[in-house]
Design a protein around this ligand. Structure first.
Ligand code: 5GP
Length: 189
């Protein structure tokens, strides 16, 4: 078949593996790819905008939405709640566009349960040492927060076999090219 089909792509992997940058670059190249805005209970970082970077919710408001079954998936990540709202996914699917979710590993595995047709892509740092260096260079996290993210990363790396595809984010341009190749390949099939 030469027609392309709408697909749900889930990109995840350890924090600091470069998922955000990668997904932003892929979006520039593939502007038809929809992106959902996640909800979180963490505080906004400098420069982050409510409704664009995330929907920043209070813990009570987040819980209210969990109770109302408004999430496709949600998880505790690094001491805060993060989740994908059903309304965000539906908005994109109604437009007939493929969709890319950039979420943590627990969330990705929940999506797999609910939507087995989703394509799970694991973004891997070249090594844990490189990951630690990237987290420190980012300068947005305390040493305690970095230690927590590294111990989570070890657990997450152990789950990479449950993914359909793995991209090692060593050279950014190469990783962008690989991710685009994967997306186009699944959209053709
Ligand atoms: P950050 O606080 O650095 O923006 O994100 C921390 C982690 O939360 C990242 O690993 C990111 O992928 C994950 N995350 C962001 N949005 C969601 C979401 O909607 N659901 C889940 N499960 N994880 C998310």
């Amino acid at each position: 078949m030469s027609d392309t089909a709408s697909k749900l792509f889930v990109v995840s992997g350890p924090s600091g593996a470069g998922k955000g940058t990668l997904v932003a670059r892929v979006r520039e190249e593939l502007p038809n790819l929809g992106l959902t805005v996640s909800a979180t209970t963490r505080e906004p970082r400098e420069g982050e905008v409510d409704g664009t970077s995330y929907y920043f919710l209070t813990p009570d408001e987040f819980q209210r939405r969990v109770d109302a079954d408004e999430f496709v998936e949600w998880a505790h990540v690094h001491g805060h709640c993060y989740g994908t709202l059903k309304s965000e996914v539906e908005r994109n699917l109604l437009q007939g566009s493929s969709l890319i979710l950039e979420i943590d590993v627990q969330g990705a595995l929940q999506v797999r349960e609910r939507m087995p047709e989703a394509v799970l892509i694991f973004i891997k740092p070249p090594s844990l040492e490189v990951l630690a260096e990237r987290l420190r260079n980012r300068g947005t996290e305390t040493e305690d927060a970095i230690a927590l993210r590294l111990s989570n990363a070890r657990r997450e790396l152990a789950l990479q076999d449950r993914y359909d595809e793995i991209v090692v984010n060593d050279d950014l341009d190469e990783a962008v090219g690989q991710l685009i190749g994967i997306i186009e390949n699944y959209e053709r099939n």
